[in-house]
Design a protein around this ligand. Structure first.
Ligand code: C2E
Ligand code: SIN
Ligand code: SIN
Ligand code: SIN
Ligand code: FE
Ligand code: FE
Length: 412
């Protein structure tokens, strides 16, 4: 148990720490971590309201997590729950009330909702105490539900959630809801930029950018752990990279439809024009006013460089596309950046982008089987791809497959 004064301070701090998070996925993760800490909850989930349904968006479970090898993440599926009184989360979304249950297997007829034991059956986990509360905005609109599971005492025994905790939780939920609203807005603005690209190139979808950016964050995290980068820096970079990686191909909006939508291989001249999408994208972030601009600049400019130096656009002046002084090769092109000359974010997104491009359909190709994708990428280790980074990507395939399932091709 945390003492009251410390807890109060923690709740106030949530404002700062959480509100500075711009990416919605990372925000949900931070909100849940914090809420579980404040209430000593073993597990929890966040649902986001979309019309008449609640979308299960994110979950954590300390007990199940401990059963996994170190560094592995919990795999989960998304599902929806109707907003009505039949389920605990549906009831909370419907009524805007806080529900505090000592044992979900002992619900009486005095409550309208039932506990759905299917998740417990599937996972082997035993849910007991539940604190479920609405995420309400300033205007009292419910935008989601946070469900905390199994409060624990110092010895790890499951106990009921303390009614004294409820005011903290309500205050916390209000801050969280405001942060979620803002992050959703940022996400929508970015997705609108991508929609413009998608209108032009139907294969470069919202699902593709969500996947590429999610893989990129996982790969960055694995790499940063290996390099001993401190937690605070990792957390900040995850948030920044998430949004920057979404925009890796934003420069394609400036490429003509004749090339972008060509249902066949590009000829040499066409590909030369296509290559411009790197620095045309980078120009959008050239002011480098924020960390987000700086990272987006690095990602757009460097995601097609190759470890062996044969990538593009190489050492150019992004404003003109011309080689920098002393970097003009015999073919007239700029010398490619090689190995560690390529910024880390570029090396990461290169792997994640190619993996997703090969795994999905394009106007010029069908999706490939996973084995073919992996064999092709492995054969490019040390040539196209940073060898150490590629090994890390391969050792995190399970989470990559989970992300593919969270963002299927169908629609945004
Ligand atoms: P993209 O479709 O997002 O592909 C990103 C990268 O994934 C490609 O960068 C390439 O490294 C890899 N990739 C994609 N498809 C294949 C494939 O069938 N085989 C192999 N081995 N690798 C693949 P790249 O080549 O620099 O291309 C950049 C962008 O140029 C592509 O983005 C796509 O928008 C466009 N593009 C490339 N080739 C063609 C083409 O033949 N026809 C058309 N219409 N567009 C192309
Ligand atoms: C955006 O451009 O959509 C958001 C940028 C930011 O949050 O810094
Ligand atoms: C980092 O800040 O750790 C990576 C920046 C980069 O080189 O892409
Ligand atoms: C390509 O064929 O477009 C590039 C292949 C690769 O470097 O993986
Ligand atoms: Fe690209
Ligand atoms: Fe792409």
């Amino acid at each position: 148990m945390i003492d009251e004064k410390k807890k109060f301070q923690e709740v106030l701090n949530v404002g700062l720490e959480v509100i500075q998070t711009r990416d919605i996925d990372i925000l949900l993760e931070r909100i849940l971590t914090k809420a579980r800490y404040l209430t000593s909850a073993d597990a929890g989930s966040i649902y986001i309201k979309e019309g008449d349904t609640l979308l299960f968006r994110y979950t954590q479970n300390e007990t199940l997590q401990k059963l996994l090898p170190p560094g592995k993440k919990l795999i989960y599926s998304t599902f929806t729950v109707p907003v009505n009184s039949q389920s605990i989360s549906g009831y909370v979304a419907d009524t805007g009330r806080v529900v505090n249950i000592e044992n979900v297997y002992d619900l009486t007829d005095s409550v309208p909702f039932c506990f759905d034991p299917s998740y417990d059956r599937l996972s082997g986990y035993r849910t007991q105490s539940v604190l479920c509360f609405p995420l309400k905005t300033n205007t009292d609109e419910v935008i989601g539900v946070l469900q905390l599971i199994n409060a624990t005492d110092e010895l790890g025994n499951i106990i009921p959630f303390q009614p004294e905790d409820e005011p903290f939780v309500v205050h916390f939920a209000n801050n969280a809801a405001i942060a979620i609203e803002r992050a959703t807005m940022t996400r929508d603005i970015i997705l609108r930029m991508i929609k413009m690209a998608e209108l032009r190139d139907p294969m470069e979808t919202g699902a593709h950018v969500n996947r590429v950016s999610s893989y990129s964050v996982e790969l960055y995290e694995a790499w940063a752990h290996l390099k001993g980068i401190n937690r605070a820096e990792i957390e900040q970079n995850r948030d920044i990279l998430k949004m920057s990686a979404m925009l890796h191909d934003v420069g394609k909006v400036a490429i003509t439809d004749l090339i972008l939508k060509k249902p066949a291989r590009l000829d040499t001249g066409e590909f030369e024009i296509m290559k411009q999408h790197t620095y045309l994208g980078a120009r959008l972030f050239a002011s480098q006013r924020s960390d987000f601009d700086k990272a987006s600049f690095l990602v757009t400019l460097n995601h097609h460089e190759r470890w062996d130096g044969q990538g593009y656009p190489g050492f150019i002046d992004y404003a003109t596309g011309e080689p920098l002084l002393g970097y003009k090769g015999n073919d007239g092109h700029a010398t490619g950046k090689k190995s560690e000359e390529i910024p880390v974010f570029g090396r990461i997104v290169a792997i994640c982008d190619v993996f997703d491009a090969l795994s999905s359909g394009r106007s010029y190709k069908k999706p490939w089987e996973e084995t073919r994708v992996l064999e092709t990428m492995a054969s490019e280790k040390g040539q196209h791809f940073d060898p150490e980074m590629l090994d890390l990507f391969f050792s995190n395939l399970e989470i990559v497959r989970n992300i593919m399932q969270l963002y299927p091709e169908t629609k945004e």
